[in-house]
Design a binder for this molecule. Sequence first.
Ligand code: GDP
Ligand code: MG
Length: 390
Amino acid sequence: MSKVRIYTLAKDLGVENAKMLELLDGLGVSYKSVSSTIEEETVELIKEMLAEEAAQEGGAAAPQTAATQAATPDAEQDAPTGTPAAAPAQADVSEVPHRAPVVTIMGHVDHGKTSLLDYIRKTKVAAKEAGGITQHVGAFEAQTSKGKIVFIDTPGHEAFTTIRARGANVADIAIIVIAADDSLMPQTREAIAHAQAANVPMLIAINKVDLPQADPDRVKTDLTQLNLVPEEYGGDLVVVPVSAKTGEGVEDLLEYISLTAELEDLRADPKGTFGGVIIEGKVDKQAGVLATVMVQEGTLHVSDFLVVGESYGKIKAMTDSNGNRIKEAGPSTPVQVLGFSEVPSSGEKVQSARNEHAAREIVAQRADERRDAENARVQRRLTLEEMMGP
Ligand code: GDP
Ligand code: MG
């Protein structure tokens, strides 16, 4: 074993991937991503650095073992567990907690986006749905082996683009699904362009590898033409072959999602001020106006007042993406909310207000601001016309 992957080493040493990359940067070692491999010598240097850090910060007791052990160049590979060398007791109590990643799935029609989501969803949350109520929400949360991951289904990428057009970014990670028997198609390029424009990390899932005519290598070569170079060709693009039909590779994809999320260091305070975005809104004949809200910051409670644009409403009921009635929802939770007075549009920002009075005030202020802006625009036009003369 001469070379080791960065994330494997991080796991073995009990430190976060981000920390590992920091150390590598410090050493001037170049890498493409956390799945890049590093040399044995670098591994030893890393261990020494961690040991030194532990010795400095921790001072006494525990880190000493780690220090002596890791500082020895010939240290045993299998250091006893319980030596997370780089985890000196941190007093960072005020740190904002981590939140689950929000992942959007994009790609050409029929390349298997929905099937892939179905597979992830079925295997992990099927039992709950047996009850029969499968609601269509544009987003759902999945409990995976890697913890909670929130997925957004974007037919035709509309949700993604309209949400972005309104200046909101809901997705932390984009997965571009490309069918192995079809390779890059117009909507694939479009999806890639969207992910790049939004500046979100992108993972490629080459789907349908179960098909006899599947040609994953061709997909990788085609990607290279777009200057997207897969890791195995020396680039930094993560490409995962999967089959939504057999489930092959899906676990790897989830692993890469969680690694990427860890690097992004996603955090949000459930106790902070509520902030969210509308994923989609619609009218239900029986229930009334329904909207899917992605909670981004803070916590939403039944009976809270919500303001969207120039309208407000009081939450009468909330359901999670499995159709369960819930009373509150924290960061990175998509919820279906009943109680808006008007149908909100995708991408609109949602704010909460303490009470009805406060909600009305926010709405009134927004209406004022809009009118002022409109008047200013009219005024500018009039002035321009004057300047142009009679
Ligand atoms: P979407 O338009 O991207 O959401 O694609 P769908 O999920 O609707 O899939 C389009 C078609 O491809 C359907 O007939 C699926 O059954 C099929 N399909 C999707 N994933 C796979 C796969 O991994 N293997 C095979 N053999 N067929 C697949
Ligand atoms: Mg679909």
